[in-house]
Design a protein. Sequence first.
Lengths: 245, 245
Amino acid sequence: MNVGTPTIDSGLYSSRRMPPVTVADQQHFAWLARSFGRTDYLPLSPADLSALTETGEYVEKYPGTHLFREGEIARHAYIIEKGEVELYRTIGDLKRVVTRVGEGTVLGDIAMFQEEPYISSAKAITPVRAFRFDRDKLLPVLVKHPVVTLRWLVAGLSQLESTQRRVLRLMHRTVKEQVAEMLLDDADQRGEVHISQGALATLLGASRQTVNEALADLKEAGAAETGYRLIRVVDREALAEAAGH
Amino acid sequence: MNVGTPTIDSGLYSSRRMPPVTVADQQHFAWLARSFGRTDYLPLSPADLSALTETGEYVEKYPGTHLFREGEIARHAYIIEKGEVELYRTIGDLKRVVTRVGEGTVLGDIAMFQEEPYISSAKAITPVRAFRFDRDKLLPVLVKHPVVTLRWLVAGLSQLESTQRRVLRLMHRTVKEQVAEMLLDDADQRGEVHISQGALATLLGASRQTVNEALADLKEAGAAETGYRLIRVVDREALAEAAGH
DNA sequence: CAACAACTGTCGGCAAGCCGACAAACTCCG
DNA sequence: CGGAGTTTGTCGGCTTGCCGACAGTTGTTG
């Protein structure tokens, strides 16, 4: 989503008593700034950013491992720098996927701020690199840096909006329409989506067979192609058509 | 359409010259504080609260009138003090209900913070009294009062959580289960829900007929009773049973 | 390279739910 | 009181999508 927003605040690295700023630092700062919403709005100050980097540390996760699990007391929030994470809840012995998220998404903050158990589990799908905020360090910093808090707020609210949109996307629509729209939304630069049809079905709350049938229709219409754990967008026009504009 | 919508400024809180603190003030403060999440967590200071009261004013809305409409540039956010508001979006010529909300809910903040058009329309269902925040006044106050911002953040995030829950509630469940759960969640002290079956159907994304059939089942099971624009919970146990625990 | 696990593709039977239609009941208001 | 508008209750026909089953394909691992 935030892809292609290369807004590096020029005056950012001229700050005072900081250690020499490396290229890695610059990338890190720019990335942190981007992650909290649009950069042209209430930009984060260098002080804001460096304060944030001291509220936690980077963690790396292999596919299949958990960032956190449902029920654990939330002491950390995460922001994904690279990779893909699946959020799910277990109800009874059923696993229900809440959503899949990628680069720039903030995770676990809901529970962390309220110091309650995590509402869902977060599992790495691909290799994941994420910044882990420490609650006890973060709160004082947020109180001292209101602009960062405001940014966080905006980021949280836009996530709320996209979830509301997802509600509407689920309601009143056939699986074929949902699949088409999902492909339009989630295809990468090459027009590919790397996901198994089963996982896609879980995301949409449909059965694997029905998703497969929908994909067969889309293939026949020349809108998409499928492979092993792969769906490729061939004709965006046709997909939009199938999604109902 | 907004004919006869009285925008009443309470006049109570026009300060800057430090007015005496009245009983009404205290009630107002307590209510504002409650609305932004749990009070035992990072409590709002009196200074925080009085700062907030100067960032907007009260408005009153008759049933059927709009607090704001989809597409208007968002310059205000609202917090409902009394009454019920329906959030909906129009897609094509279809009206889709996003949600219904009541006392304590914050509205329109997503769009306001980003200074973008409102994403959905907000219409009063019952007589509504709400506090309307003014963007231009609010932002400076938030920057100066980080704790308030943090509270706002927590409020926003818990709304995100309830929306996520709603996604799960919609998926994989029959209309009967959804109706039962909705009744359990939304019944008032007398165990009554005042809503037409048609409106309930729109909320759940189902047809009126199917909802009616589900209610007939629940009636037969002795779990609920129905009347004109009214559903009464008779047996919570049985309802929970029908909802799938 | 062989065996296994995961994934894709397809079929038929069955249930949930939508739609149009219509009668009966209820509210509101002059 | 009476009529208009809204809401409830119910029917049958039809579509979507779920489920179980199974065969074929692709990737992985020892």
